[in-house]
Design a protein around this ligand. Structure first.
Ligand code: FAD
Ligand code: NAG
Ligand code: NAG
Ligand code: NAG
Ligand code: NAG
Length: 494
């Protein structure tokens, strides 16, 4: 028998009813600390939800964009840090569209995995042959890996649906649980190697292929947690893109669009006050004009709360808020303009060197993690990659700065080297606990999501979550926070 009509209509109607506590005025002012992708996108999402009348101040001690940055070589700009975006990054796609920017096409180039002595794996021209080779080398491991990554990504993509319906999560654990159950929580606790061996991927495949991908993305070993590993393997498998003109244009664009007030200064602390029974946050900062402070109804911290990264103190909070456990991985990016020493890679004739991207296995003798022949952030229709015997721009990732000898090993000669040193990614083996999102009533911590996985899209997803969470908490819409069984709920909602 068919259910009565009211049973079908009621949930639909309920979704249309106004939020009961909506009479409350929006926050007067919100501070965001950090103008990287996290800070810029949370400013944008906060304004989308609370409306344009809210005053938004964004504090930044360095350049807008943070870890999205470019260097100039020969009058052209190149991505010096975060370079590539996975095809399924829906928030990043939205930003690019909203801002009238364009995706930069990928310039084809082959990759290979180098062991310090020879190439253990080479990509060839023909995709099928490529697959065949992997099959030949590694048996069914390659397919098992693909299925495993696809399953994780499929579950992860549920977040977009939840967010479109206004649902938010008050902790990283709740967010992960709603997407993939306890298995996703488990994936933040155990290593990617362990998880893959369990689904039948061979040790040899883990050592040759998985290790190489993780060294190039996180500069770490196959001991990174399975979830972070899956995200970086997804990036390595599918096609990727970048923003024409530089990924950092997304940050400056979003801040301009929201008309956020960017304050160039270093935030030194946040202290708690109260006014009319409500929390009021005082943000203290130092800038070229000296020290200053301002009061806010709400604060989002979008930089890592770790002593090595920001110098932050929280005052008057009970219980006190401290730095969180865990350390960061030092990482060095050297952008080198020069002639590759193809002999070092076993190609005495440079004309025959076929690779644009060199990954490496976990070998103590190797002094670099990966190197790429990179293209400028703006490329014309007729653009082609440099021939291997020509001078080209290479981006070399390493743990330690490269010394002269090491540069002379990789390059026959070079015109310039630009080095960026940065504690770039969480050291995933330094702690197993995930940091909180809610630090106090209307004080939120965005950057903790990097301990789940560190990528541009992950930060954007977390920024949308923080904005929704802040909004739902402000208007007491508790139905939209930490709801269980969301897969079912979003199906029955309009
Ligand atoms: C070498 C490298 C390669 C990467 N490759 C990729 C990639 O290919 N694809 C991808 O998706 N991701 C990649 N990532 C990760 C990606 O860069 C980050 O996940 C993302 O940029 C983080 O953005 P964020 O806003 O959280 O942090 P950040 O960009 O670090 O922003 C934090 C900002 O806060 C500011 N700040 C800090 N303390 C204070 C203070 N006290 N007061 C005021 N301002 C402060 C900082 O100056 C900074 O601008 C890579 C990262 C690195 C380092
Ligand atoms: C989580 O991991 C533990 C051991 O690490 C295992 O016993 C348990 O079955 C796992 N749970 C899920 C849901 O995968
Ligand atoms: C590079 O691309 C950006 C974004 O499309 C554009 O604004 C800029 O003018 C371009 N610069 C050059 C030198 O072509
Ligand atoms: C933190 O502050 C101390 C002194 O106030 C300073 O010596 C240190 O360099 C700062 N660290 C960072 C990462 O800014
Ligand atoms: C290039 O690599 C070869 C082989 O490793 C090495 O002998 C040589 O010193 C390197 N440097 C130059 C500048 O050729």
């Amino acid at each position: 028998m068919a259910p009565p009509l009211t049973a079908l209509l009621l949930p639909a109607l309920a979704a249309l009813l106004p939020v009961p506590a909506a009479a409350r005025a929006p926050p007067r002012s919100i501070a965001v600390v950090g103008a990287g992708l996290g800070g810029s996108s949370v400013a944008y999402f906060l304004q989308q939800h609370f409306g344009p009348q809210v005053q938004l101040d964004v504090y930044e001690q360095g350049g807008v964009g943070g870890r999205l940055a470019t260097v100039t070589v020969n009058k052209q700009q190149y991505e010096s840090r975060a370079a590539s975006i996975h095809a399924l990054s829906l928030h990043m796609q939205d930003f690019v569209k909203t801002l009238g920017l364009r995706q930069r096409r990928e310039v084809p180039g082959k990759s290979a995995v180098f062991s310090g002595e020879h190439f253990v794996l080479e990509e060839t021209d023909w995709y099928l042959l490529n697959l065949f080779r992997l099959w030949w080398h590694y048996g069914i491991s390659f397919l098992r890996l693909q299925m495993w990554v696809e399953e994780v990504m499929e579950k992860f993509m549920r977040i977009y649906k939840y967010q479109a319906h206004g649902y938010a999560f008050s902790s990283l654990e709740e967010l992960l649980r709603s997407l993939g159950g306890e298995a996703f929580i488990n994936m933040t606790q155990r290593s990617v190697a362990e998880a893959l061996l369990e689904v039948g991927v061979t040790q040899r495949f883990v050592d040759d292929v998985i290790a190489a991908v993780l060294r190039s993305s996180y500069g770490q070993s196959v001991l990174v947690p399975a979830f972070a590993g899956a995200m970086s393997l997804a990036g390595a498998q599918g096609s990727t893109w970048a923003v024409e003109g530089g990924n950092k244009l997304v940050c400056s664009g979003l801040l301009k669009l929201t008309k956020a007030n960017v304050i160039h200064g270093r935030v030194t602390g946040v202290s708690l006050h109260s006014s009319e029974g409500r929390a009021l946050y005082q943000v203290h900062y130092t800038s070229s004009e000296g020290q200053g402070s301002a009061f806010y109804d709400m604060v989002v911290v979008s930089t890592a709360l770790h002593p090595s990264r920001s110098n932050f103190s929280f005052q008057n909070f009970e219980p006190p808020i401290d730095n969180f456990p865990g350390t960061f991985q030092p990482s060095v990016t050297s952008v080198v303009h020069g002639y590759l020493n193809s002999s070092y890679f076993g190609f005495p004739d440079p004309k025959l060197f076929p690779f644009a991207s060199i990954l490496t296995t976990d070998t103590p003798a190797l002094f670099f993690n990966a190197m790429d022949n990179i293209c400028p952030v703006n490329i014309s229709a007729g653009f082609r990659r440099k021939q291997p015997q020509e001078a080209a721009v290479w981006r070399v990732l390493s743990q330690q700065p490269l010394d002269k000898q090491q540069l002379k090993t990789l390059f026959k000669s070079y015109y310039s080297v630009q080095v960026t040193e940065w504690p770039s990614h969480p050291r995933y083996d330094s702690t197993k606990s995930l940091p909180p999102i809610v630090l106090h009533e209307n004080l939120f911590y965005l950057s903790g999501v990097e301990w789940v996985a560190s990528s541009m899209e992950m930060i954007a997803v977390a920024a949308k979550n923080v904005a929704l969470l802040a909004y739902n908490r402000w208007y007491q819409d508790l139905e939209k926070i930490d709801q269980k069984d969301l897969m079912h709920k979003v199906k029955t909602e309009l």
